[in-house]
Design a protein around this ligand. Structure first.
Ligand SMILES: Nc1ncnc2c1ncn2[C@@H]1O[C@H](COP(=O)(O)OP(=O)(O)OP(=O)(O)O)[C@@H](O)[C@H]1O
Ligand SMILES: [Mg+2]
Length: 355
């Protein structure tokens, strides 16, 4: 492992910001730290960067214990959520800042700034001041500034949080491409799941200072280890008494389950034929239907339980109050500590679709 955190603990007053945090990152990988507000993401980055000292535990970079190294001895670039460019310096001086501290010569600094502005797709803006740039441009410059001293590790703390949704989506793809180009090991903090799933190689899920799960986006999505992850990832609705659903039996000790829309099919049959798997479907009544851009989201009541599914655009028209058949293909059951995936017993395995 190129980066390793081992049994890190950090307490602020009576808040346990890091609770025995351990995980590693391979060289060149882009890792996502994903978790709710206050779960300890920024604290992890700050300790890695040496801006905060852990109470106990060890941090290794490239096999070397860096516990006692100062921030500038650690070779780390940092991009913050709020625009951390110096407002009174133009773009050139912002990017050159770290290089001047490193006492690089003028010629080198000039060529490095030009090179970085090319890399971030903003050549020629050297003379502008931060307030003459858009939010997205400012964050690109912040990235250029973080990369200028050629760090070994790049930390990005919600770099696009203050940027509107459309630009943010473009920036994500751009960031992934840019990081791939330079091949730098990076950690990307976000509380936006889509961002983490689309951008990163691996995700570390944080909750209450603890690491809940580490895995690839698809592992986390399809095999949540803990109840928290099952509820946190994807659009998840918790249902009680899941054993009342057709095709699912009660698992000892696990009283609740999570259902995700992608594992729910909703049909309105207008003929009298017997349809595939109809015997495994629940009778439901549509309580709401919402346009979601690429599909309709349908809310249906099945015997007092609300189930959410999606139907494609252009299919059978469904309106509120319609009687529908609801096929629940898969659920996650959980107790306080573990989860288990259950597949509808009326289905063949092949009938499950995966993301
Ligand atoms: N310097 C500090 N002094 C006191 N408490 C702190 C300090 N820094 C962090 N905390 C507390 O530690 C916990 C974790 O904070 P942290 O900033 O790491 O969370 P986060 O996951 O980055 O949240 P967000 O998504 O809101 O940025 C929070 O309860 C926070 O209030
Ligand atoms: Mg934070």
């Amino acid at each position: 492992m190129y980066i390793e955190l081992r049994n890190i603990n950090k307490t602020f007053g009576n808040v346990k910001a890091s609770d025995n945090v351990s995980f590693g990152i391979e060289k060149g990988k882009l890792i996502g730290l994903l978790g709710p507000s206050g779960s300890g993401k920024t604290t992890i980055l700050r300790m890695l960067a040496g801006l905060e000292k852990q109470d106990s535990g060890d941090i290794f970079i490239d096999g070397k214990n860096v516990n006692d190294l100062t921030p500038d001895q650690r070779g780390i670039g940092f991009v913050f959520q709020n625009y951390a460019l110096f407002p009174y310096m133009n773009v050139y001086n912002n990017i050159a800042y770290g290089l001047k501290i490193q006492k690089k010569d003028k010629e080198y600094i000039k060529s490095r700034v030009t090179e970085l502005l090319e890399l971030v797709g903003l050549p020629g803006v050297e003379k502008r001041y931060p307030d003459q740039l858009s939010g997205g441009q400012r964050q690109r410059i912040a990235l250029a500034r973080a990369l200028a001293p050629s760090p070994e590790l790049l930390l990005l703390d919600e770099p696009f949080a203050a940027i509107d949704a459309k630009v943010r989506k473009e920036l994500r793809t751009w960031l992934r491409d840019t990081i791939d180009k330079i091949g730098i090991t990076s950690i990307f903090v976000t509380h936006d799941q889509d961002e983490a799933i689309e951008v990163t190689d691996e995700i570390v899920i944080t909750n209450n200072g603890r690491v809940e799960q580490v895995g690839s986006p698809s592992e986390i999505y399809l095999n949540p280890d803990t109840p928290f992850v099952a509820r946190f990832i994807g659009q998840s609705d918790v249902i009680e008494h899941y054993s009342r659903l057709k095709g699912f039996e009660h698992v000892k000790g696990k009283h609740n389950a999570v259902v995700r829309p992608e594992f729910v099919e909703i049909h309105k049959f207008t003929d009298n034929k017997q349809h595939d798997f109809e015997s495994s479907m629940e009778d439901g009544v549509v309580t709401g239907i919402y346009f979601r851009g690429s599909a309709y989201e349908v809310h249906a009541d099945i015997g007092g339980t609300n189930i959410v599914g999606r139907i494609p655009l252009g299919g059978t028209k469904i309106v509120k109050g319609d009687k529908v058949k609801v096929l629940i293909k898969q659920i996650y059951t959980f107790d306080d500590t573990s989860t288990e995936i259950l597949t509808n017993k009326g289905l063949d395995k092949e009938e499950l679709y995966y993301i």
